[in-house]
Design a protein around this ligand. Structure first.
Ligand SMILES: [Zn+2]
Length: 390
């Protein structure tokens, strides 16, 4: 009997990927079906379903699930769900699809057939409602809002049979771990309490500090990085992975960390996305999620601790996983240690913080970056990445 948290919804993991002969037959059949293109966000959601990370969803959401998710963070069956997982298409394409027709879902960037879906429902949505509920704004300069506003006019819903996980298993070999695989690794190490550390950046001293707090109170830590599309200027996943490996090898006790990546495309929905991050980490077998300042936020759309507060606002028991709420971290030269607002009483003058923009400028000019901010092994990898950009 596993000591890990149960998958979300209390049942078994539900990976929607089919394989073997069944997959080959479905791929052949898909050639004759109407092709529905998926945006990169939709495609990454499909891969999340394929790997079992969106357990217990069985496909793209219908109207009731969409509406319940937006308004009450609940699916039609009452199961907690904080962000709509929907598939859009153009009106003319939707009109050409009949009731219960099977369609082939195609990744619009690669042209690859990713899944077959039985179209159980076609519906239109109030995009303003979705954006104001999920993103707390309808401002199209918000990258998540922009994608909802630009998507097709009609949503298609229905059960999905996933046929492919796209580039991820090959491109991120060793890093791409499905929920069943992370669970197996946790169990092999005898872990029951596992924290997840979400990252889309390399890890500096402040991240190391948070990660080590999690290691202190759990059996182990999953450093879990975003492999889906990022914002321009972000560090590529392979460079991030090497920088994180260098940190882990040199500064963590062997056997306390597992590094993996997962295929989501960030929505930057702040608090609502923090809940989704917790939900699928539970599917990966994690009992805790580190939630720092402005988790999954962008710009100044969210208060720095909105993603903490939302965990208090949802029904207790809607998730088994718990947040580890962490304050802003920095190095304090008076304390002579990394600290947070909760542990350091000194003023700003003593605190070392370097913004992302400033850090990039420092790499560009080969300015020395203090070891109190980032480990030299990490900086060396990042410096050679920036040098390679020319
Ligand atoms: Zn201090």
């Amino acid at each position: 009997m596993s000591k890990l948290v149960l998958p979300h919804g209390g049942g078994s993991l539900r990976p929607l990927l089919i394989d073997g002969q069944q997959r080959a037959a479905e791929l052949r059949r898909a050639e004759g079906l109407t092709a529905v293109p998926m945006t990169s966000r939709e495609s990454s959601d499909l891969v999340m379903m394929a790997m079992g990370a969106y357990t217990p969803l069985d496909g793209f959401m219908g109207h009731d699930d969409w509406r319940g998710t937006c308004l009450d963070m609940k699916l039609g069956n009452g199961v907690f769900w904080p962000i709509p997982i929907t598939l859009s298409c153009r009106q003319d394409l939707a009109d050409s699809i009949g009731a219960d027709e099977e369609v082939a879902l195609i990744d619009e960037d690669s042209g690859q057939v990713m899944a077959v879906m039985t179209v159980a429902e076609k519906y239109t949505i109030d995009r303003q409602l979705e954006c104001s509920q999920i993103f707390r704004t309808t401002d199209v300069s918000h990258p998540g809002v922009a994608k909802v506003m630009a998507q097709g006019e009609v949503n298609l819903a229905g059960p999905v049979r996933a046929l492919d996980e796209g580039i991820y298993p090959q491109a991120f070999s060793g890093l791409y771990l499905r929920p069943a695989e992370t669970r197996a690794r946790f169990e092999a190490r005898g872990w029951s309490k596992v924290a997840a550390f979400q990252t889309r950046n390399p890890m500096h001293r402040s991240h190391e500090y948070l990660a080590k707090i999690a290691v202190e109170i759990c059996d182990g830590l999953l450093i879990h990085q975003v492999l889906g599309k990022l914002k321009s200027g972000d560090i590529p996943a392979d460079v991030r992975a090497r920088a994180i490996d260098a940190l882990v090898e040199n500064y963590f006790v062997a056997g306390t960390i597992i590094q993996a990546g997962y295929p989501i495309e960030m929505r930057y929905a702040g608090p609502r996305e923090a809940l989704l991050h917790a939900l699928f980490r539970q599917n990966f077998g994690c009992s805790h999620l580190v939630v720092g300042r402005d988790h999954a936020g962008v710009g100044d759309y969210y208060g720095p601790f909105d993603a903490h507060h939302i965990f208090d606002a949802v029904d207790s028991g809607c998730l088994e996983i718990e947040p580890l709420k962490m304050d802003v971290t920095f190095y304090c030269d008076y304390c002579r240690s990394t600290a947070t607002n909760r542990t350091c009483p000194h003023d700003e003058l003593h605190r070392l913080t370097i913004s992302g923009t400033r850090l990039r400028a420092m790499f560009a000019k080969h300015e020395p970056i203090p070891p109190e901010f980032s480990r030299p092994e990490v900086l060396e990898i990042l410096q050679s990445h920036y040098d390679s950009l020319g």
